[in-house]
Design a protein around this ligand. Sequence first.
Ligand SMILES: [Zn+2]
Length: 183
Amino acid sequence: MQYELTCNQVITLLTFYIENKLDKKLSIGVREHLNSCPKCQDKYLKLKRILENFSEITNKINESEPADINEYKTPQYEKFKANLSAYIDNELSDNENIKIKKIAISNPLARKDLEEVFAFKQLLYSSFNRTKNDLKFDFAKKTMEKLDTNMNKTDKHAFHKLVGIFACIMIFMLIGIINLLNF
Ligand SMILES: [Zn+2]
């Protein structure tokens, strides 16, 4: 079976897809969608390029001297923080989206926030999936148990019927024998 994903779902999953963090089935679902949807394909390529720049810059910053954190607490950063959850939930317009990405690229504090939120979101996502699977398993188990008890009930029923029929036959036979003896 394969996932049929909507554009919105694909867009939400893109970052994870690019970073190879989706499970195989989901990843195939995203790829199939991208192959057939030019709009998402376009967003995918843009985001991929941004993320590539992003990791290049991260590497450069990690190599350079640590700077004073307060230096990055700019009004721009405040704006970034205010829009972060809307950004993560894919609720911003394309323009605002790009602004947020630009801030994330140029501001290490913003980038760190973004990474943390993504990590958190991913955690949520994977635990949601786990719960879903557990529930599925639970449901299967409960169904099996139900079938099992139903089977036992039917078995018992059948057994009682057999005993009843046997008892009837015995009684008729006894009556027959008594009748034979009397005549
Ligand atoms: Zn699409």
